[in-house]
Design a protein around this ligand. Structure first.
Ligand code: PXL
Length: 279
């Protein structure tokens, strides 16, 4: 007997690589999606060797295996939203583009992971080209930080500074993304300003107190929270705003389990005040 969709929690399928620290990657997605009331399905695109300071090595999962994992799930379980994180190879990008194109009505949140917080390169130029050509036309919300937005649209002839962030967003929308949320953590500003762009330019903007720590997995948390909020039925603007609020609270309650970056606490709401951090 097929399942009664009414009785299911919203189901989000994430394609992401494993981060054994639990800070970023598929582990971050699982924690965030579960914390926001969704059931996560996860297709692992690669393994990493890393600690809370940085990524030492990446082992991509064979693209055929990525595709087989996804097809098996999609033939069995109704997915409400797709989420993409670190994709690990051009072959995997091509394989999952083909798969999600078979499900055109399922919204897709795409976090274009290009580098770790420390700056370790996690995508080469061929992967960037494949993301632009194959994934952006299928993307509902793209969530680059400002460095990723600039690199995605980089034109060697444009000199030192490159295009402004609104211009980057315009090009990403032209490349096919329905909405682009450019996050401002890496900009030299007192507060952090995140701006949502759509077909007609800027849609809305939210500013947040800049927290003092350096965090591992904030981008994965934000993109997964947007995916969860969409799966829970929110419209784009509310999903994006509530996801920023959730992420800010997860970061504010973050903890430092090792010698590197802080990790967001996606279950901050489940812990007592006294266990939630340092004050
Ligand atoms: O934060 C981006 C990210 C995503 N996924 C994996 C990662 C990282 C950053 O280190 O390791 C697996």
């Amino acid at each position: 007997m097929p399942p009664d969709a009414e009785l299911l929690p919203p189901i989000v399928l994430t394609f992401a690589a494993s981060d054994p620290t639990g800070g970023a990657g598929v582990q971050a997605d699982l924690l965030t999606l579960a914390s926001l009331g969704c059931h996560p399905l996860s297709v692992v695109t690669g393994l990493t060797v890393q600690d809370t300071a940085g990524v030492e090595d990446v082992l991509p999962v064979d693209a055929g295996w990525v595709a087989d994992q996804a097809r098996a799930l999609l033939e069995d379980i109704p997915v409400t939203v797709f989420k993409f994180g670190m994709l690990c190879s051009v072959e995997t990008i091509a394989a999952i583009a083909e798969i999600v194109n078979d499900y055109p009505s399922i919204p897709l949140v795409f976090d274009p992971v290009l580098a770790s917080g420390r700056g370790d390169q996690l995508a080469d130029d061929e992967m960037v080209d494949a993301m632009l050509g194959l994934l952006l036309p299928r993307t509902t919300v793209l969530t680059p930080n400002s460095l990723e937005a600039r690199r995605l649209v980089l034109d060697e002839d444009e000199g030192e500074d490159g295009p402004t962030l609104p211009e980057c967003a315009r090009r990403l929308v032209n490349a096919g993304a329905e909405f682009v949320l450019v996050t401002g953590t890496h900009e030299n500003t007192l507060q952090i300003t995140n701006t949502l762009y759509g077909q007609r330019g800027r849609v809305c903007e939210d500013s947040w107190e800049r927290l003092p720590g350096s965090y591992h997995g904030s981008g994965c948390t934000l993109a997964s929270a947007i995916a969860a909020n969409l799966a829970n039925g929110l419209g784009i603007e509310d999903a994006v705003r509530d996801a920023q609020d959730y992420t800010w609270h997860a970061l504010a309650a973050g903890f430092r389990p090792g010698m590197g970056q802080y990790i967001p606490d996606r279950f901050f709401w489940a812990r007592g005040e006294e266990e939630c951090g340092d004050d």
